[in-house]
Ligand binder design. Structure first.
Ligand code: SF4
Ligand code: SF4
Length: 161
């Protein structure tokens, strides 16, 4: 760049707005595509553990018994794999970065009461279906035995005649 061009650019810059944001004097702004942190909607999560299995860093823990979903934000590398694989579209990537901390904490989230009721009802219906299927199997086995016994008796009668 020649000295003339350099001087011209410098002169223009005197009257331009700064190219950088004023952070930390003003709030930081994030682009829509920013990968900040993971959020879970505990109204739709079904605790299926797919996110836990797919997370490459083991940042997610699902506890079906305690009905909680947990994440260690400082172990998360914002790869979005959990978001893309959640069958209920329960996970999302929020734009804001996790705030710095002195401990690598874990954040625990409990299922909402509504979702707990939904899962309990689903479990009850599944148990009913299993019980009905077992009853059907028992009936089929009893009927097959009855047929077999009948045929055996018939063949016995034929032999004695
Ligand atoms: S967040 Fe999605 S993938 Fe993870 S446990 Fe809940 S429903 Fe399953
Ligand atoms: S974004 Fe990646 S590293 Fe972070 S919790 Fe999801 S799968 Fe794990």
């Amino acid at each position: 760049m020649s000295l003339a061009n350099f001087t011209k650019t410098e002169f223009k810059n005197l009257f331009r707005k700064p190219a950088t944001e004023k952070y930390p004097d003003g709030p930081a702004t994030y682009k829509d595509t920013t990968r900040g942190h993971i959020e879970n909607n505990m109204d739709t999560c079904v605790l299926c553990s797919v996110c836990q299995m797919r997370c490459p860093t083991g940042a997610i823990t699902v506890d079906r018994k305690a009905q909680t979903w947990s994440i260690r934000p400082f172990s998360c590398i914002q790869c979005r794999r959990c978001v893309d694989n959640c069958p209920k579209k329960s996970l999302s990537m929020a734009k804001e970065y996790t705030k710095p901390d002195v401990v690598k904490s874990q954040m625990d989230f409990e299922l909402s009461d509504r979702q707990k009721a939904v899962l309990a009802e689903q479990a009850r219906q599944a148990a009913e279906r299993v019980a009905a299927a077992m009853e059907e199997r028992k009936k089929a086995a009893a009927s097959a035995k009855q047929t077999k016994d009948g045929e055996a008796k018939k063949s016995e009668d034929n032999k004695t005649q």
